[in-house]
Design a protein around this ligand. Structure first.
Ligand code: PHE
Length: 439
């Protein structure tokens, strides 16, 4: 069934708004990924979040988010190759979402009193740890470990309202690219510099950071914007040119900063945030000779635009009507599919088993003929047909197939009588037209 969580029933879970009452009821530890963390007044992770921590949607084969992650990886692997012919960007998509306050905020220069730190907005494990609010939380550590180009993918957690566009867990992709002087200026590296020497230019402006030259900032800005517009064109614009516009933005960890908006089917959507990484972050991570760009994007938002999904809650659905629509391999990353909303009415699965006819001039059995017949008779009331059993009777040499037919209406709950009547008709027609013998 669809996971439907309205604001009201979400409130029914473990939220106890008064801190005093909350802490007196709280267990002394909270178990996350098999590890016990001590709780305190900051702890506010509820059961419904805890239950979803290990769902791992981006790694679930054929999940729409998994398709999107593969497309983004493919774009970077294909277009950015180093001198040895290897991908320039390393990919990290397996980090656990528990990060320290230092990683999520301090290492990214988020002011101590910044609203984004509040308990109202984040899921805290305790005063020192939280469920990451963005995948940018890993940037510092990865730069410190010596990487110059990397992408991180992962689930992120923000306490937010719940409706068709907001869900407390979603997924992001962050990218970072560092440049040293030679990479940035290539042949002109002798004449140009990343760092400003002229004291009169040692100031922060709308176009640059204090210690960097305007030239360096402009080249990095160009590379960043070029990378991202190409990525957007690759993902969304398989058949046409996408209109885009850059809008100035502010983030604690980048300057200058921008957001990118794209026009898709007549509407404008903001699809990512990015900028030139604050030099202090690089210096703190031991990469003081560099300049870098960074970006972050929300995967659900991209997938919703790409696949025409109007409700963010369906990404959590375990319903076959949803997942089966994305069951395809897409090695060339060009497949365009549009999602058809899954019915909220209950599914009604019924099995049908029959002996296949022995191949003759009149009947040569083929499963696709059966699928067509079911579609033909059942129309839109049939959501899915799957072959669930296929065996041969050793003595008689006869083959039997069993199919599960899932009946479901988009606009009402089907009665058993209605479904049985339809199912009977399918049995009769299959016997008549395909020569099968119902068991
Ligand atoms: N972390 C930001 C967010 O979650 C996105 C971002 C990443 C912006 C990197 C700039 C640089 O909205």
């Amino acid at each position: 069934m669809l996971i439907r969580i309205s604001k009201n029933n979400f409130g029914k879970f473990n939220y106890i708004t008064s801190v005093r009452c909350y802490s007196s009821q709280k267990a002394p530890t909270i178990n996350l990924f098999g590890k016990e963390y001590p709780t305190d007044d900051w702890t506010n992770i509820n059961k419904s979040i805890q239950d979803k921590l290990e769902r791992n949607l981006i790694h679930q084969k054929y999940h729409p988010l998994n398709h999107l992650v593969n497309k983004i990886k493919h774009f970077f692997y294909k277009n950015y190759i180093n001198r040895n012919g290897n991908p320039l960007f390393s990919v990290y998509d397996n980090f656990r979402p528990i990060v320290s306050v230092e990683e999520n905020f301090d290492s990214l220069l988020t002011p101590k009193d910044h609203v984004s730190r509040s308990k109202k907005d984040c899921f805290y494990v305790n005063k020192d740890y939280l469920l990451r609010a963005h995948t940018t939380a890993h940037d510092n550590e990865l730069i410190r470990s010596g990487l110059n180009c990397f992408l991180t993918f992962g689930d992120v957690y923000r306490r937010d309202e719940i409706d068709a566009k907001h869900y407390p867990i979603f997924h992001q992709c962050d990218g970072v690219r560092l440049f040293d002087k030679n990479e940035l200026f290539r042949n002109a590296a002798n004449e140009m510099d990343i760092f400003e020497k002229d004291p009169s230019n040692l100031k922060r402006t709308s176009e640059k950071q204090k210690n960097y030259t305007l030239d360096a900032c402009k080249i990095v800005e160009y590379d960043l914007k070029n990378t991202l517009t190409n990525l957007v064109q690759f993902i969304f614009g398989t058949s046409s040119k996408i209109n885009m516009k850059w809008v100035d933005a502010t983030f604690p960890f980048t300057h200058p900063s921008w957001e990118l908006e794209i026009e898709y089917k007549g509407n404008w959507y903001e699809v990512l945030g990015c900028g030139i990484l604050e030099q202090e972050i690089l210096t703190n991570a031991g990469a003081e000779n560099h300049i870098a760009w960074a970006f972050g994007l929300g995967l659900e938002r991209w997938a919703m635009i790409l696949y025409d999904i109007s409700d963010i809650r369906v990404f959590w659905s375990t319903d076959n009507g949803f997942l089966s629509q994305f069951k395809f391999d897409d090695p060339t990353h060009t497949k365009i599919i549009k999602y058809k909303p899954v019915s909220v009415y209950p599914p009604c699965p019924i099995d049908i088993s029959f002996w296949l006819p022995e191949p003759s001039e009149t009947f040569t059995y083929n499963s696709n003929d059966f699928y067509d017949l079911v579609r033909d008779v059942g129309g839109d009331l049939v959501e899915q047909v799957t072959l669930i059993d296929n065996f041969e009777n050793k003595k008689t040499k006869k083959t039997s197939h069993c199919y599960r037919i899932v009946y479901r209406s988009m606009d009402k709950t089907l009665s058993l009588a209605e479904v049985n009547q339809l199912h009977k008709l399918i049995q009769t027609k299959a016997a008549e037209q395909l020569g099968v013998k119902i068991r």
